[in-house]
Design a protein around this ligand. Structure first.
Ligand code: NAP
Length: 445
């Protein structure tokens, strides 16, 4: 395939087949402002499975605000964990690519084609937080990235770390994994400003076709939720629950009010559970009807909760919840709230994953007031990197990172956001906290 073919692929954000041949397709010169690292190899796919070389090239985007500091801290910790786990036989080769303000400076646009193509080529990326203007300006780059790469599940573990000061008195019982759908719902980006031609046309159409009366100064947004996209997301969550021996999968929705979107999400979720995982699951209805309320040994309970109830349930009875599967907006809200219960979003990681590509990121944003001050907590990004490494199949290194973070925090190593809640506690800078985690990792081996 020649140069023209590549340009076609690069200029459309469409599917690139996940084979080794992509690498051959891409002439290094085709990237406008970045160069493929000389060391390392790209992750490939063979028969649908990811093949990870010993020196995989992993892309990273520093991001805006505190992004450069927390991403740099996370890379240091990741390198230490991989070195300690594999004694030099494996290594991540980091490849910097650009989005957000740095991309504006280099390319004049916040999300260049180079970046999307590099993320496809590398398959996995570590991404710092990116700023999104509120109520005007460009759409969220994070949302654009998740949609363009079809990263349909956003996986957010929320687990108490010993030593953290947490507002919940049941914090030590919190061990959730939230699966937030990433491509649909009100995040799909179909919005029209009040007074615009488009909004007026839709209002007129709704009036003409359905007799709906909306005032002409109404802003309009669409909330698409489809069967196929819901099912692939719930399928991933149940597979995760089976693989990781989790006890419960809860479908969180507001289906009593939004019947054909969130209510359908619940129905389709149960359909996947019953039709595809019959031997592994029992539903809450079946539990009452057939099993006297006791989950049979080895089965996963699949239940559902209305969103407002779910919020109070994670506060009052967190031990009843485990894997929580949500549409896009509910997932955004519940993951920040759940993280707050265990001590804040400074420690909450996420992995965005589809069938081909993935990127890891902290749940938090750019926290601009801490930017450049070496004060931000890098834990969320460090743990996101652990998720990325787990995704590569390097569980030993990933476990070392989780244990290293736990050990550092348990021994009283805090960043400012945690220390301020503990009387008399001193705090470390972002960089120094990462070094403390590295020391803890080295002492674990
Ligand atoms: P935010 O950046 O998450 O910060 C909100 C507050 O959370 C901070 O003021 C700080 O609380 C605390 N915080 C967050 N991360 C922290 C860390 N690593 N260490 C210590 N404290 C931390 O939320 P925001 O202010 O709403 O959003 C700022 C920008 O980030 C926006 O442009 C938003 O769109 C963007 N954003 C991006 C992503 C992403 O890239 N995935 C996600 C969310 C938001 P205190 O003030 O109490 O110290």
């Amino acid at each position: 395939m020649g140069k023209d073919a590549f340009i076609f692929i690069a200029s459309s954000y469409h599917y690139i087949p996940p084979t080794n041949t992509i690498y051959e397709l891409i002439d290094m010169g085709e990237f406008k402002k970045i160069k493929v690292p000389e060391e390392g190899e790209f992750i490939a796919f063979k028969d649908g499975d990811m093949e990870v070389p010993d020196k995989p090239i992993v892309a990273f985007i520093e991001g805006d605000g505190i992004g450069p500091e927390v991403v740099s801290a996370a890379r240091i910790v990741a390198d230490t964990a991989v070195e300690v786990a594999y004694g030099g036989s494996r290594k991540i080769v980091w490849w910097e690519i650009y989005a957000g303000k740095k991309a504006m400076e280099i390319y004049g646009v916040p999300l260049p084609e180079d970046t999307i193509n590099a993320m496809k080529l590398a398959k996995v990326t570590l991404k710092g937080p990116l700023e999104t203007p509120i109520a005007s300006g460009y759409r969220s780059l994070n949302v654009a990235l998740r949609q363009t790469l079809d990263l349909y599940s956003n996986i957010r573990p929320v687990k108490y770390i010993k030593g953290m000061v947490a507002p919940s008195r049941y914090a030590d019982k919190i061990d959730f994994v939230i699966f937030r759908e990433n491509t649909e719902d009100v995040y799909a980006g179909y919005e029209w400003k009040a007074g615009s031609d488009e909004a007026r046309k839709i209002i007129e159409f709704l009036h003409r076709e359905f007799g709906i009366e909306l005032s002409l100064d109404t802003g309009i947004g669409l909330k698409p939720i489809s069967e196929s996209r819901t099912k692939r997301h719930v399928r991933r969550a149940i597979k995760y629950a089976i693989k990781n021996k989790r006890r419960v999968v809860t479908l969180m929705h507001k289906g009593n009010i939004m019947k054909y979107t969130e209510g359908a999400f619940m129905n389709w979720g149960y359909e996947v559970a019953i039709e595809e995982f019959r031997d592994y699951i029992v539903t809450e209805k079946e539990l009452a009807e057939k099993y006297g309320g006791e989950v049979p040994e080895g089965k996963i309970l699949v239940n559902d909760r209305v969103a407002d109830n779910m919020f109070q349930q994670i506060i009052t009875r967190p031990w009843d919840y485990d894997v929580i599967v949500t549409p896009n907006l509910n997932g955004d809200y519940i993951s920040d709230a759940a993280s707050a219960l265990i001590g804040g979003i400074g420690v909450a990681p996420a992995l965005n994953v589809g069938d081909l590509y993935a990127f890891a990121e902290p749940v938090h944003g750019t926290a601009p007031k801490y930017a450049g001050k070496n004060m931000a907590n890098p834990t969320a990004t460090i743990l996101a990197t652990a998720m990325l490494i787990e995704h590569l199949g390097w569980s030993e290194a990933s476990n070392l990172i989780w244990k290293g973070v736990e050990s550092a925090i348990e021994s009283g190593k805090y960043t400012y956001d945690i220390a301020r809640h503990i009387e008399g506690a001193s705090y470390l800078g972002t960089r120094e906290f990462a070094e403390a985690v590295c020391e803890a990792i080295k002492s674990l081996k």
